[in-house]
Design a binder for this molecule. Structure first.
Ligand SMILES: Cc1ncc(COP(=O)(O)O)c(C=O)c1O
Length: 396
């Protein structure tokens, strides 16, 4: 019966029944006209989701990592300099990918639990008077630490010294859970995936490409084939794919977008904020510490929590799964053993979040954590009770 339990990993997320049903379609010819009528509105709605009027939307059969690779290989050449900060496992992996593509990666090392250092970016960009830096890369929501970075501040750092570098943003675990504004923030390339806020199965990288980034594809010399933006756009213009499309995922995506816009994007973000705040109040009631260093960095899609000295976070996550059949996120990289994560993004309600908090409390108590059983649940309940009426009227 544990298949009935929600997951509290920060992606892949729980797939709502309407989306699972939408994906249960029989194979059809992707060159038939029905495919075109499915694909076109999906691409148009994705533009609305990224909040862009002018970017091209590209969907690759791949996970989010393929989106990183597509971004880098389509627009940059070996030896090109990129500026990036490392403050968690996902910013680290993106750096690694850039290095393996022979980019000249200038890394700013930051303490994990902090976010993109707009002030340090501003210093480096101002010093780069001959404009060697071709792109600044930012992980919007660092899923390993539960930290949200300020993209508008990074854009201001670029604009402050009139630097022409492009701005690439990983929004894999923020898109469709927290506010994302491609055009307003001057993002040149935004990379996301299907299995987080979009509530779908893994298997699709979704990339939004500004016209400036499209222009860069003409001069970039990094080898690319499967992920070539131009091949995909040409095929999409004829409502097709340059290869076999992930048909069932596209049907699922259509339903996912319909559900998000029916709820209203601002209501979706409000729901995530409310759920995240309930989790943070539970953490405070347990007397535990968040990995995110300060409130303006708090993520509304995932919370990373330090375990007390002398406890092992991996053992806690394993015990919650073994004893109660519920999955939470382990600590990654520097956080391994030191922190666990509660994912609260995608298709989730306050009732579901309470079940996750109750479960991890039981697991902590079983392992003799110094917490009071029920304290975190009660703190979250108080928050959910206090905000229930507003949440109901927003969703109506
Ligand atoms: C912020 C972030 N970026 C990139 C990735 C990599 O995506 P994928 O595992 O879909 O390749 C993840 C995965 O969790 C992520 O959270």
């Amino acid at each position: 019966m544990s298949g009935q339990n929600p997951v509290f990993i920060p992606g892949p997320t729980n797939i709502p029944d309407p989306i699972r049903h939408a994906m249960a379609v029989q194979t059809m010819d992707h060159r038939a006209p029905d495919f075109a009528t499915t694909l076109r509105p999906v691409l148009a709605d994705l533009k609305r989701l990224f909040r862009t009027e002018t970017a091209e939307i590209i969907t690759f059969p791949s996970s989010g990592t393929g989106g990183w690779e597509a971004a880098v290989t389509n627009t940059l050449s070996p030896g090109d300099k990129v500026l990036v900060a490392r403050y968690g496992m996902f910013s680290h992996r993106w750096i690694d990918l850039c290095q393996r593509h022979f980019l000249d990666v200038e890394v700013i090392e930051c303490e994990w639990g902090t976010g993109a250092p707009a002030d340090l970016f501003a210093e480096r960009l101002a010093a780069d008077t001959d404009h060697q830096i071709k792109a600044v890369l930012v992980t919007h929501n660092e899923t390993a630490t539960g930290v949200l970075s300020d993209i508008a501040a990074v854009r201001a750092a670029l604009d402050g010294c009139d630097h022409p570098a492009m701005l690439y943003v990983d929004c894999v675990s923020s898109l469709a859970s927290m506010d994302f504004r491609m055009d307003e923030w001057g993002v040149d390339l935004a990379i996301s995936g299907s299995q987080k806020g979009l509530m779908l199965a893994a298997g699709m990288a979704i990339v939004a490409v500004s016209q400036k980034a499209m222009k860069a594809t003409e001069t970039a010399t990094s080898p690319r084939c499967y992920f070539d933006f131009r091949d995909m756009l040409r095929a999409n213009a004829a409502a097709g794919y340059p290869y076999t499309p992930p048909l069932q995922l596209i049907f699922g995506l259509r339903k996912s977008l319909e559900m998000l816009f029916d709820e209203g994007l601002d209501n979706v973000f409000g729901r995530h904020h409310r759920l995240a705040e309930g989790v943070r109040r539970a953490v405070a009631a347990w007397g535990l510490e968040l990995v995110a260093k300060s409130p303006e960095l708090y993520s509304d899609s995932v919370t990373a929590i330090y375990v007390p000295e002398g406890f092992n976070a991996d053992a806690l996550v394993n015990h919650a799964y073994d004893a109660y059949g519920v999955s939470f996120g382990v600590g990654l990289g520097e956080m391994a053993g030191r922190a666990f994560r509660i994912g609260h993004l995608g298709a989730l309600t306050d009732v579901m979040v309470l079940s996750g908090l109750a479960t991890i409390e039981m697991a902590m108590k079983d392992l003799d954590y110094p917490i009071t059983l029920g304290s975190g649940v009660a703190a979250a309940q108080e928050h959910f009770r206090a905000t229930a009426r507003a949440a109901m009227s927003n969703a109506a």
